[in-house]
Design a protein around this ligand. Structure first.
Ligand code: ME8
Length: 663
């Protein structure tokens, strides 16, 4: 007999701040997939967790005046923390791994040593471009206009003694894994990996750091801590008992290799290149698939903790219900592509699909069964010409749904179910049960119509269980459907529900939302949240003796400094931009020509306070396309951070000629 096992994972999230709807999106998708596989009878292992080491967390903890361990404990286990959020969202994970768990720490040390003993990890000196917020080293060729390709912020030169993983050794095997197999999905992501990362030449990967201490110590070389990706990626194996005895080794044998890792597109690189290479080094089987899902954007920008434009899943789930939020996320956005979150879309989806189509179908069916038959349908039922179309749609549903689910195309799978729900609503119009009810002789036909509706609903609800676990349970109760008829097998074909079905009208499971009222309330709430976040972000003016330590950039030579060309420039025009609240568009004269500089000072400076002023600019910065290439910023305005989080601009005397060199 075939042994049906399914192992699925989410990324392990950084608990550097509370999680937001982007993390919820991936976790809900993983949960839906896990529930779907359980429904099909698979023995499922669903793993999620948190990635708790690294510089960013060390810094955040210092800012909060607590130890890094206390900091992550609070975000993971504390009130409204990660675990609370997953409980609220009805996430059915089987295991939760924290990379600070003792067993994981010990296992990573063993894994690191094993790769070192094999010669796949060696000691060297790291020189590179480092993006502090992203904790990522980049090669020169990967930078976009000299900045981090992920977040667009400036990088710094960094150099230190470090251990390296021989990634280059595995380049050709990884390349053929990506090109010749279905390992990386969607397929469209393969080109980017091959052309941007593998073909330009894979460099060995820095896997230890000495510049911070919040990490897993390299036990044979004090001072070094394991740097992010070995620690983070092997979570998928240590949580199954690999190299540790917290879980039985049998779990690893049973569930490894993973069937699929769901990850956001920004970490596809780590999962599709570095992860297989490390597994090759450890001589372990490779996961069957990595699926890189798209981003949820907000107002056209990626929602992210560091940009401060996040949507709080708690607010939405508490207002509209957990299932409505789960459903919205998977019904609205194709999983492999980016999507733009908006409150309008959320409310519209809930009202259209859940309240109008599904909720109405259920309440009309149960209400009519009660009204016309006291809840229990008579078994004497009469077929009619309208039945065949509906039956055919229901009979075709499960395979169509399954085909989409197997591709992780949640949106399409749900579209299949909702097409049948729409078909059932149409069937009500075609059969007009309220007309049949007027005539005693039509009662057998009326009973059949209501049976068809109840049975259609039952099959649809079985397939909706992975998405709407709580509400399906309530709906089954209203339809009098027991557990034996909530199964995958029972959804294969129309007709499993006994003819004498007993229905009763219960609470309205998806009440309609007053869109105008809710939109106003949500907007007000989000503005408030943003203002609070901004206030919390702005550091208090530091007293001299408690000033935060300055973050220094590496020393540079005089020659390097001389490469920076700073000049006095005259601001000839300054304007706000409709595309961005943060940026001002400046037209400055540099002594030779006018150039455009986009500067992130709109929060603190009004255009009229700059026009006509003489300011300092970095004149030889490579031009940088911004706003999807709509503008090119040709330089940088020199400004100083102020203690309250604002910015101060130095003005030169009006008679100083534009173009004067600053040194
Ligand atoms: O990258 N839209 O953790 P992380 C969609 N610790 N998904 C989003 C999203 C958005 N706006 N924002 C976040 C890390 N996500 C590492 C992972 S794995 C071995 C280590 C989701 O807290 C998405 O799945 O930055 C993304 O990949 C993940 O959260 C990143 O979470």
């Amino acid at each position: 007999m075939e042994n049906k096992r399914f192992y699925i994972t989410t990324p392990i999230y950084y608990p550097s701040a509370k999680l937001h709807i982007g993390h919820t999106y991936c976790t809900v998708a993983t949960d839906a997939m896990a529930r779907y596989k359980r429904l099909q009878g698979y023995d499922v292992m669903f793993l999620t967790g948190t990635d708790e080491h690294g510089l960013k967390i060390e810094q955040k903890a210092a800012e909060a005046g607590v130890t890094p361990q206390q900091f992550v404990d609070d975000i993971v286990e504390g009130e409204r923390g990660v675990k609370d959020l997953w409980k609220l969202m009805d996430i059915s994970y089987d295991r939760f791994i924290r990379t600070t768990d003792d067993y994981h720490v010990a296992a990573i040390q063993r894994i690191f040593k094993k790769m070192y003993d094999k010669g796949d990890i060696y000691k060297g000196t790291y020189k590179g471009k480092y993006c502090t917020p992203c904790e990522s080293f980049w090669t020169e060729s990967q930078l976009v206009n000299g900045c981090c390709p992920d977040c667009g912020r400036p990088v710094i030169d960094a150099e230190e003694e470090a251990y390296f993983f021989r990634l280059s050794k595995y380049a050709s095997r990884v390349r053929s894994l990506l090109v010749d197999t279905d390992f990386l999905q969607p397929r469209s992501r393969v080109n980017e990996m091959v052309h941007n990362f593998i073909d330009p030449g894979l460099e060995d990967l820095c896997v230890s750091r000495t510049s911070f201490s919040w990490g897993i110590p390299v036990d044979f070389d004090p001072g070094h801590v394991v740097y992010v990706w070995i620690d983070a990626l092997f979570n998928y194996t240590t949580a199954l008992g690999f190299c540790n005895d917290r879980y039985p080794q049998a779990d690893f044998t049973k569930f490894w290799p993973a069937d699929v890792h769901f990850v956001g597109k920004e970490i596809v690189r780590f999962h599709s290149i570095i992860w297989p290479a490390m597994l090759m080094s450890m001589e372990l089987p490779l996961p069957k698939q990595v699926f890189g899902h798209g981003w949820l954007n907000f107002g056209g920008e990626k929602m992210s903790k560091s940009r401060g434009n996040v949507v709080d899943p708690y607010v939405l789930a508490e207002r509209y219900g957990v299932d409505a939020l789960r459903f919205f996320l998977l019904r609205t956005f194709p999983f492999g592509s980016d999507g733009n979150f908006s409150n309008e879309l959320l409310i519209q989806t809930i009202n259209t699909d859940l309240a109008n189509d599904l909720g109405n179908l259920l309440s009309r069916t149960t209400a009519m069964a009660e009204k016309y038959f006291g809840g229990t349908l008579p078994s004497g039922q009469a077929e009619g010409p309208e039945d065949a179309g509906l039956l055919a749609a229901v009979n075709a549903l499960r395979p169509r749904y399954e085909a989409e689910m197997e591709k992780y195309a949640f949106q399409n799978a749900l579209a299949e179910v909702f097409a049948v729900i729409a078909r059932a609503n149409k069937y009500i119009d075609e059969t007009a049960p309220w007309v049949l009810a007027k005539n005693e002789a039509d009662k057998p036909r009326l009973a059949r119509v209501l049976y068809d509706l109840a049975e259609t609903l039952r099959v649809c609800l079985v397939l909706l269980r992975p998405f709407l676990p709580g509400t399906c349970e309530k709906a089954f109760a209203q339809l009098g459907v027991g557990e034996d008829l909530q199964t995958w097998d029972s959804a294969a074909a129309f007709g499993a529900l006994p003819a004498a079905a007993a229905l009763h009208k219960g609470e309205n499971i998806f009440p309609r939302i007053d869109a105008a009222k809710e939109l106003a309330a949500l907007d007000a709430m989000m503005n408030e949240q943003k203002a609070a976040a901004e206030a919390a972000e702005a550091p208090a003016a530091p007293a001299a003796e408690t000033a935060a330590p300055m973050e220094h950039r590496p020393e540079i030579s005089y020659d390097t400094f001389c490469k920076v060309e700073m000049r006095v420039a005259e601001v000839r025009a300054a304007e706000r931009m409709k595309e961005s609240k943060k940026l001002l568009k400046l037209t400055v004269f540099d002594g030779e020509r006018e150039r455009c500089i986009l500067s992130g000072i709109a929060k603190w400076w009004a255009p009229e306070d700059l026009t006509g002023k003489k300011v300092a600019i970095v004149a030889n910065l490579a031009p940088r396309p911004m706003m999807q290439g709509k503008y090119v910023s040709e330089g940088m305005l020199v400004a100083a951070d102020t203690p309250d989080g604002g910015c101060s601009i130095a003005f030169y005397p009006a008679d100083l000629p534009a173009g004067s060199l600053i040194h």
